[in-house]
Design a protein around this ligand. Sequence first.
Ligand SMILES: *Cc1c(COP(=O)(O)O)cnc(C)c1O
Length: 352
Amino acid sequence: MTGPAPRRVVGEIPAYVPGARPSSAPAHKLSSNENPYPPLDGVREAVARAAADVNRYPDMFAAPVVEAVAARHGLTPAWVVAGCGSVAVLGHVLEAFCDAGDEVVHAWRSFEAYPIAIALQGAVGVPVPVDDAGRHDLPAMAAAVGPRTRVVLVCTPNNPTGPAVHAGELERFLDAVPRDVLVVLDEAYVEFVRDPDAARGLDVLRERENVVVLRTFSKAYGLAGLRVGYALAHPDVAAAVRTAATPFGVNHLAQVAALASLEAEEALLARVEAVVGERRRVLDGLRAQGWPVPDTEANFVWLPTGRRTVDLAADAAAHGVLVRPFAGEGIRVSIGSPEANDRVLELAATWR
Ligand SMILES: *Cc1c(COP(=O)(O)O)cnc(C)c1O
């Protein structure tokens, strides 16, 4: 081909594999960690009303959402940057802090969007293996920080394995990392965390200028289809990220839905509680079958299926359950409706 050539790295980036989507037969979609509940009526109505205004640009920096989020966390708006999903916000963090060749340390296996975002930025990923229990090895990650390291990504709870980082180990880690290295705590699943020892980004954010907390409306708040997430960071860091942000990056319907969701927080968090209850049931059920499932503080479980992974995921699909396989490693199964979770337990029993 003699046409324009993209940057070499573009050809080398592994494709993001989206969770399988149902084709025709009714299926339980447990492949993308979505909220199994439909949007609340109030959220739906707010979005329907807002449709009348879509000939106008949205608020450029999603100021109403930023203000509501800041108030919710006891911060000022200068600490908040909203974006088109927290994955986009992560991209803006890397754009603002990484030059070509700079290093980004992250756990692996972890969120598959990380290597893509790092490579697109022209940065170099430094993956540090999670341990046998699917936990971040924070001492090894601290040791992997070198003179070129600009950013460390900590995914807690970790997608796809499930465990959360503990508060004590995070403090030790933050003490060990140089103050000019940004530590991004990706808390996409924080609302599902019940472990009292789990680290909370908000507990370390104020005293540590180099911490960024990422949050999303996609999971607990059930707005995955509208794309809205945000970063919390020291105002100087936040200002840099805002500079890199896509103008008008959070669309008007997403802004309205996020606001309505924050107002309906009690109803939404009751649903989260139901998912947490189902998570306990699924985890206990799988372990009773003998599966060595890691602890999970998120809305999914990890089945270490090894070489059988692709075949078992296909078997699940044939039985109407869509899951997310990671070939040769394991299957991530989102917690769904009680009926869907029953199907998962039945299938897993046949695989044992
Ligand atoms: C789902 C998920 C996100 C959220 O992405 P959005 O772009 O906000 O939908 C971020 N981080 C991790 C680890 C996730 O699993």
